[in-house]
Design a protein around this ligand. Structure first.
Ligand code: LLP
Length: 483
């Protein structure tokens, strides 16, 4: 990776980032300098690293004013580090762009499947966002983190009766995904004092890949009603006195770099809105889902949050105007683009295996259990040694995890300076779909997580201990030879 040299404009940009994010810009004085000269502080999804990443006077990497190797020493590794300024900057980018480009009311809901914790729920709630939960666990986390229930939606293609009961009891909006939801709700909702607020999700027939997309009448997806079913559902709901149909929802995919599919989605949603209103539903909300991509490696070039919101807002405005529809409240559900580049995972370098003429494996103390994305999706990442981010690379290594699986490789062909046992490796853009998809494969405990900002680090997730992993095991007494 080519590393930055300080430039006056980059320093100014980083100072603006610090100010925009509410973090004191004072730390910008002195000899430290930005890590990424082209850092876009207003759209963190376009950066490889958190917007506060700096190289300090010792030449070591800092995030949120904390030296990464110090964090590794204090909290141990593997360690998830989350930069508060980057999360806040992303939240503000969504909010401000919605206000700027959409003339009606709007709300961005954080898709908490990307990274669900009390701290992140509290952070995004404090920025005025809402939240999308997909299970009782995510819902309880959001509520306990202080997210107001009226700003939460509950998704899921197979919600349990208990999950629906919890949502209804707490006044959370339910996104109806299928007839099963409606049958379960019909048994729960009529007993409630208030009518249940619903969105209906349908498959929009837009299939999206990173560089191309197609529209089809039907989509092979487990989520949402098939478009053919939509009218029947809307008619059914018109006859449910316990239900308020607040709006419609569709989501086309994730890690999307194109804007055109979202432009197209607006038309599909507006047609459905017209139908719903013609059947007597107030339908004041239109939820376009999430999907904006982020930069994992230098070659990735996602649109900015501003461009994405502008495209969506203008398309919804145009589609509604064309059809003579009163403007709905515009909802969107960003996950990855809110938190991914705020996250850095720190690992300690351990063993080395050099296979002459073939490959050098450098193993770290985590792997597929804290980041299953490389083995699951062949996802690529960017990494440097935390204390020598600018040192000349001297070898190409494959960074392997510690799990008993050959495919447990975090980074292939990474150019690094000589790395010794105990050196701290910083892997960037791990704030989304890492902690939330982590496992205990090989009975490896999950890492701790810290939130950094303004030179302070706070523990927001305690490190699991090997003993914790025994907590839910039960040994039948007939097998217990110990006692
Ligand atoms: N809304 C709905 C209904 C969704 O299903 C998703 C993501 C989102 C919003 C948020 O999408 P985002 O803005 O994060 O792209 N585990 C995969 C990603 C799965 C995304 C699932 N749904 C990964 O690690 O890439």
């Amino acid at each position: 990776m080519v590393l930055s040299s300080a430039t006056a404009s980059a320093t100014a940009t980083a100072a603006a980032a610090a100010t925009a994010s509410g973090i004191s810009a004072e730390a910008d004085s002195g000899p430290d300098r930005p890590f990424e000269p082209a850092c876009d502080p207003l759209s963190p999804n376009r950066n490889l690293t958190p917007i506060t990443t700096r190289i300090n006077a010792r030449g070591a990497l800092e995030v949120g004013g904390c030296q990464l190797s110090d964090l590794a020493q204090r909290y141990g590794t593997p360690l998830y580090v989350l930069d508060e300024a980057s999360v806040r900057a992303s939240c503000r980018a969504y909010r401000q762009a919605l206000e700027q480009f959409y003339p009606g009311p709007s709300l961005a809901l954080y898709a908490s499947k990307a990274n669900s914790s009390l701290a992140i729920s509290a952070l995004v709630a404090s920025e005025g966002l809402g939240l999308d939960a997909v299970s009782a666990g995510e819902l309880l986390t959001a509520l306990a983190g202080g997210m107001p229930p009226q700003r939460i939606v509950l998704h899921g293609n197979n919600k349990s009766a208990e999950e629906l009961e919890l949502a209804v009891a707490r006044g959370v909006t339910v996104v109806v995904d299928n007839w099963n939801d409606l049958e379960l709700l019909a048994a729960i909702a009529p007993a409630q004092e208030d009518r249940v607020r619903l969105l209906v999700r349908f498959t929009p027939g837009i299939e999206c890949h990173t560089h191309e997309y197609i529209r089809t009448g039907h989509l092979d997806s487990k989520f949402g009603f098939d478009p053919d079913q939509l009218e029947a559902v809307l008619r059914h709901l018109a006859a449910c006195p316990w239900a308020d149909l607040d709006g419609l929802h569709a989501h086309i995919g994730s890690q999307i770099f194109e804007l055109e599919p979202h432009r197209d989605l607006a038309g599909v949603l507006a047609d459905a809105l017209q139908l719903a209103r013609s059947l007597g539903h107030a339908c004041t909300d239109l939820n376009v889902g999430g999907g904006l991509g982020i930069r994992y490696v230098a070659g990735d070039d996602p649109p900015s949050i501003q461009d994405w919101v502008r495209t969506v807002a203008e398309a919804v405005l145009a589609a509604c105007t064309e059809r003579g529809l009163a403007l709905p409240r515009l909802l969107c559900e960003p996950g990855r683009s809110l938190v991914a580049t705020a996250g850095v995972t720190l690992y300690s370098v351990g063993s080395r295996k050099a296979i002459p003429g073939l490959r050098t494996y450098l193993s770290v103390d985590g792997g597929m259990s804290d980041n299953p994305r490389p083995i699951t999706y062949q996802s690529q990442y960017t990494a440097v040694l935390a204390d020598q981010p600018e040192a000349q690379a001297s070898e190409t290594v494959t960074v392997a995890g510690k799990h008993c699986e050959s495919g447990d490789v975090l980074l292939k062909d990474l150019a690094l300076p000589p790395a010794a046992r105990g050196d701290v490796l910083a892997v960037f853009a791990t704030g989304a779909y890492n902690a939330s998809m982590s496992s205990n494969y090989n009975r490896i405990p999950r890492p701790a997580a810290v939130l950094v900002g303004d030179g302070q680090a706070e523990l927001v997730q305690r490190r699991e201990q090997p003993e914790d992993l025994l907590r839910y095991d039960v040994l039948p007494s007939r097998l217990d030879s110990v006692s």
